[in-house]
Design a protein around this ligand. Structure first.
Ligand SMILES: [Zn+2]
Length: 211
């Protein structure tokens, strides 16, 4: 397991990212430790988590399960026990592994108990529909893909529930809400790559990590 990324804002107002704190600030060469308490290092959380530990979420992973930014994105939806339903050329896969590193977005309000009880049934019935049967309709990268499946499922749930307010992310919002998270995950991956080769990364205040 890789070490945690630390960020400390030094009194010179530069942000230092590192796995372990150097004694001196690499920007101004004054001591890093022993500064004001509000400038103590904080850990930078990994934006990717285990999709199989989620319930009723929209998931986005990198194919090849790598977030290095070169791989393609793949989307799926988790059932209440963390099985990830995702549409591919082979039809809808129901995966219990392989989504250990992904972004996840809740689709339901936490107190949506009625819908929670229906979720797995909805997801299974929807996945058996003719649209996702590879013998009847082919996967198409541009127009009939993993995201089409997720959007159509969310629309289907909304229709079945009469546009119920228990669904927190509507289908049209899926791309809009995920795009900034995907960008942050790519920046985080770039930062980690940098820190594997260099002891630290110095950013000007409030500037993004290297790409
Ligand atoms: Zn400094």
């Amino acid at each position: 397991m890789e070490p945690v990324v630390l960020r400390v804002r030094h009194e010179c107002l530069r942000d230092i990212f590192c796995f372990s704190l150097p004694a001196l600030c690499p920007a101004c060469h004054r001591p890093l430790a022993g500064g004001r308490p509000h400038r103590a290092p904080v850990s930078v959380p990994d934006p990717l988590g285990d999709g199989h530990g989620t319930s009723c979420r929209f998931l986005v992973a990198w194919t090849g399960r790598d977030s290095d930014g070169v791989a393609e994105l793949h989307a799926g939806i988790s059932d209440t026990s963390g099985v990830v339903y995702n549409y591919t050329e082979r039809g809808v896969l129901r995966e219990r592994r392989g989504w250990e590193r992904c972004l996840s977005f809740p689709l339901l309000r936490p107190d949506a108990f009625h819908l929670l009880a229906q979720w797995d049934g909805y997801l299974e019935r929807f996945s058996r529909g003719p649209s996702w049967d590879p013998t009847r309709r082919s996967f198409c990268d541009d127009s009939h893909n993993c995201l089409t499946f997720c959007v159509a499922f969310v629309n289907g749930v909304l229709a079945a529930e009469g546009g119920h307010g228990d669904v927190v992310v509507h289908a049209g919002d899926l791309t809009r809400v995920t795009a900034p998270a995907v960008r942050r995950a790519r920046e985080y991956a770039a930062l980690r790559r940098h820190l594997r080769r260099h002891p630290f990364y110095v950013a000007p205040s409030a500037s993004p990590p290297p790409s």
